[in-house]
Ligand binder design. Sequence first.
Ligand SMILES: N=[N+]=NCCCCNC(=O)[C@@H]1[C@H]2[C@H](O)[C@@H](O)[C@H](O)[C@@H](CO)[C@@H]12
Length: 438
Amino acid sequence: MIRRSDFPKDFIFGTATAAYQIEGAANEDGRGPSIWDVFSHTPGKTLNGDTGDVACDHYHRYKEDIQLMKEIGLDAYRFSISWPRIMPDGKNINQKGVDFYNRLVDELLKNDIKPFVTLYHWDLPYALYEKGGWLNPDIALYFRAYATFMFNELGDRVKHWITLNEPWCSSFLGYYTGEHAPGHQNLQEAITAAHNLLRAHGHAVQAFREEVKDGKVGLTNVVMKIEPGDAKPESFLVANLVDKFVNAWFHDPVVFGKYPEEAVALYTEKGLQVPDSDMNIISTPIDFFGVNYYTRTLVVFDMNNPLGFSYVQGDLPKTEMGWEIYPQGLFDMLVYLKERYKLPLYITENGMAGPDKLENGRVHDNYRIEYLEKHFEKALEAINAGVDLKGYFIWSLMDNFEWAYGYSKRFGIIYVDYNTQKRILKDSALWLKEFLKS
Ligand SMILES: N=[N+]=NCCCCNC(=O)[C@@H]1[C@H]2[C@H](O)[C@@H](O)[C@H](O)[C@@H](CO)[C@@H]12
């Protein structure tokens, strides 16, 4: 049975959340609309028309939530700042929004919980979207101004920062598949948005070096283990290519200053423009990569698909998201990232959506305990294989707004009864509490 003491002494365990998914108070204290406010209020975009208007009401309940983190014994807490709460129009400061994050950080520190702050977790101020959003090259400078302001405001107390959460999702789910805000469906736009997201990241890192001398800054990507879905040789080739589109596309420019050539070639062949501006800014050195790992993705050669592949379902047990439970993929990707980029790593998200049922005031989510144990074991295996893994944040602290799935998917180790906003520690939280003492 894995124990906390098996991990390095300074290894940190935490949980992660994001502003739009938990805060609520969407129109309170001067907060402006984000692209997710508009998207979730657009009929048909989210399950049951769910929105983040109230969510977990964390904006008002943060003290209670921090007490729960303390009760569980967490070392750290990863959360994101709502850009439209800080700059409702994308430029001018909303002091009440700033005050909230000062209160939140001070309350965490008072309870010996280390804050890890994500600057952007998908909630772009709508006012900036109206100026072109991630398609407008100027967005990188708007982001730099926002980042600089936050570094100045919190940098004396917050020493671990993540510029962007999963630019792959922001660009390819937001601009290609359209399942996320702003709901565009244009591959060229997705490539352009991805590039401007990376430029924004690079500008923020440059600002960070000027503003927070004793801090660490990194980028969090979703990291998927891409495997062939059948035994055909072409499917092995396609798996390698998709890995370049999804994983290397958002890691290589940040370390090597260039996109993976095979993927560029395929895009160019399809008549798409792949930008190459500001690679010197994009590759401003970072201190770590954040790794959001959930599952593997199976692909097969498919001539009928414009990019030559299609996704297939695997036959391993799956979570409520339909994602296969595949701990080995975590080990594989941690080792892959270490060998290719030679940077320290944090698992900034790992967890599962489960069929969580409240029974006599308890949630017996043994499946989530097993999921976490197996992924903890693979993380430890990676450390023992030489990976400089420094921490592990469980997604998520509590059930929350799961984007287009609304409130139908529960990822929390704490159950939220949305009718009463009551929080209930699931068995996984009780297990974690004991694990952290082991
Ligand atoms: N096929 N397939 N599968 C895996 C693709 C995963 C892409 N989605 C994520 O990583 C999001 C990340 C986000 O940060 C958080 O805000 C979300 O709540 C979690 C849970 O959804 C994850």
